[in-house]
Design a protein around this ligand. Structure first.
Ligand code: NAD
Length: 268
């Protein structure tokens, strides 16, 4: 039987990709699509919005209307909307894949608390390649240790509203925790003016916002005489959408708990 999947933010950049990815996935089916109640597209066909032809799934403006029509929600919207959707899903027993980024610590804690009653898969980046990079970063940090300066560079399109990207922060977390550092204490976000010499244990972040860049991330481990760079470049949002659909199908088999893409890919 197909896993019944709903998409919130269905008319957004990621929403449209998700609709296409679900249509192309075996064992999954789009059964509901949700947008903001004030969207001019309410009632339109989700497949037509995604540009893949009619699917017979009309956009609705209220998730409560369709709660009994799906097993797993995929939510790539905005922090406040995702927080509310996670609460609603937890109450109704629906599972949720959370792709939204830019949460405050309080919002993130609220979403995570839903995993006490339902299954939640949350990742700042659902691409398989980035999740492989997380594993490679752990290895690089283990081998190179405190002998190297660590700097993280990320670039995204001009519409992105949060910085550094959730993925860059996750990369920083992986490296910091492998080296026994607290990212909050060692992170340096951008530099300007008389910065002084670089603190040895700093983890620096640099952000670029330009054009239609889908998502570039590089972590540099630089020593005297050599440096290692681990780079991932996404060329299409389909990389995230396919990963999120894979996560939704995997999550359908879980009862409750908090998971991430490393769990889905068996990298833990
Ligand atoms: P977008 O602005 O194109 O789309 C967001 C959509 O959500 C819009 O259509 C908006 O109308 C809708 N929306 C907002 N509030 C809503 C509500 N209450 N109910 C229903 N729909 C609502 O943005 P995007 O580029 O698609 O990105 C969305 C989010 O996903 C961002 O936080 C982005 O950082 C994140 N993202 C995560 C990954 C990942 O792999 N985790 C990848 C890409 C983007």
């Amino acid at each position: 039987m197909n896993i019944r999947i709903a998409v919130t933010g269905a008319a957004g950049r990621m929403g449209k990709m998700l609709i296409e990815a679900i249509a192309n996935a075996s064992g999954a089916q789009l059964t509901a699509a949700i947008e903001r109640p004030d969207s001019g597209l309410i009632g339109a066909d989700a497949g037509e919005i995604a540009g893949i032809g009619k699917l017979g799934v009309p956009l609705v403006g209220d998730i409560e209307q369709v709660l009994d029509q799906f097993d797993v929600l995929i939510d790539f919207t905005a922090p406040a909307a995702t927080q509310l959707n996670a609460q609603i899903c937890a109450r109704a027993g629906n599972k949720i894949v959370v792709g939204t980024t830019g949460f405050t610590p309080e919002q993130k804690a609220a979403v995570i608390s839903s995993s006490g009653t339902t299954a939640v898969c949350m990742a700042s980046n659902f691409s398989t390649g980035v999740n492989l990079c997380f594993k490679l970063l752990e290895l690089a940090a283990q081998v190179l240790g405190d002998d190297v300066d660590i700097e993280i560079y990320e670039a995204h399109h001009r519409h992105k509203v949060d910085a550094p990207s959730g993925t860059a922060l996750s990369m920083g977390e992986v490296v910091a925790s492998t080296l026994g550092r607290n990212l909050k204490e060692v992170a340096v976000y951008g530099r300007e003016g008389q910065t002084g010499v670089r603190p040895q244990k700093a983890i620096g972040f640099a952000t670029v916002r330009a054009g239609d860049i889908v998502g570039d991330h590089t972590v540099m481990f630089a020593a005297e005489g050599e440096r290692v760079e681990i780079t991932h470049k996404a060329s299409s949002r389909m990389a995230f959408a396919r990963g999120a659909v894979r996560a939704a199908c995997w999550l359908a088999g879980k009862d409750k708990g908090l998971f991430d893409m490393q769990d889905v890919l068996g990298l833990k």
